[in-house]
Design a binder for this molecule. Sequence first.
Ligand code: SF4
Length: 462
Amino acid sequence: MEFIDEKYINALIEDKSFNDKNLQLAAIEKARLRKGISLKESAILLNITDNELLDKLFSAAKEIKENIYGNRLVMFAPLYLTNACVNNCLYCAFRIDNKDIVRKTLTIDEIEQEARQLIMDGHKRLLLVCGEHPKESNLDYIGEAIKRIYSINYNGNNIRRVNVNIAPLTAEEFKKLHSFEIGTYQIFQETYHYETYTKMHPSGPKKDFAFRLHAPERAFEAGIDDLGIGALFGLTDYRFELLAMLMHAEYMEKTLGVGPHTISIPRLEPASNAPAANKIPNAVDDFAFKKIIAILRLAVPYTGIILSTREKPELRSELFSVGVSQISAGSKTTPGAYKKTDNKSNSEFGQFQLGDHRSLDQVVKDVCNLGFLPSFCTACYRSGRTGDRFMELAKTGKIGEICTPNALATFKEYLLDFASDDYSANSEKALLEQVERLPEKTKNATKKMITKLENGERDVYF
Ligand code: SF4
């Protein structure tokens, strides 16, 4: 808890000398070297108001993301196992005091049905999410769920990476979670502002700010080295939240030798019977939100930035170009919602309101039309490229050489197996053109992967 230095963050926010165009430009130029920038420089960037400098900030974010990861956007979907929860977070519909929702915990068979549906939609990567409940979502249940999800095979297609977003665990419990072969473990602090945190979490185990804050270290010690952090924007001043989250990333880098694998930036959305979500204490407008994402990309260039379906399609499209690298698509936040067809009842018991209700197929089409490459790749985790090994590849510029071919292969797999009939021949053409632009060595290897897929093989990657 001591490493979130509120006094220092507030001093950075208050510093009027950062209203200086030369300082702001210098911070952008430094960031373009892709070595990250200091907390102070991030605070300087928060002060940009000049339109020309804002354009430079946004184009630097785009350039950095493309230089490291190319034009790929990784796709995933959340899978909610239960909305039972013993906490009382004032921004969440699952909170214990909300008597207006029907509580539902999926059985292992129902989890299989949900995962099957997601596989049939074309997904390869899931984020498993649960409310916190000692009985309904205990670790044995989560382990069973993951085992069943990995066991499903639908014509060679399967879920190849299960990331997990569950309540913080003890060191021993994290060891058990690690044994389930999870991908990334995500833990959002929600707000790094201690007083706000205390107000927002009036009861339940989540009241313990420090236990949550130090979860990444315990998970890392247990062997989980792909760790995701995040903050729920809207609870406190977004400038504080952003700088504190970067302070957390710095702390992880210093103590664990590896920063966060991903950073998530959910923004508060209305939710059933959730007072803080229905009257947002510090609402963040779209423009500030775009700035937050761009600054993150400049500050932590190698970290994946995750954008959820909380945001509306038009805004999502705009934000893809300022550094986002992973997106959820075709999401539902109600346990059991993927298999159901009655959309009304599905949305009634969700964790919050979604902004993007489009199917995966519609999102993929949009992503292609915007010039991005949809990726369903899960190769790094399965090839042992996690934690510092992944970061090393990213920092030496080699990750793009792996990401683009694997993104192309997984997109080809998607086109062969799941894309709707009205997919234009243009998608295929764009894919082949991109293969041709690859360096000779990777081009040949990618062509081989594509031929294998055309011949019926699945799950090819390097
Ligand atoms: S945010 Fe998580 S812990 Fe809090 S009430 Fe919702 S599900 Fe429970």
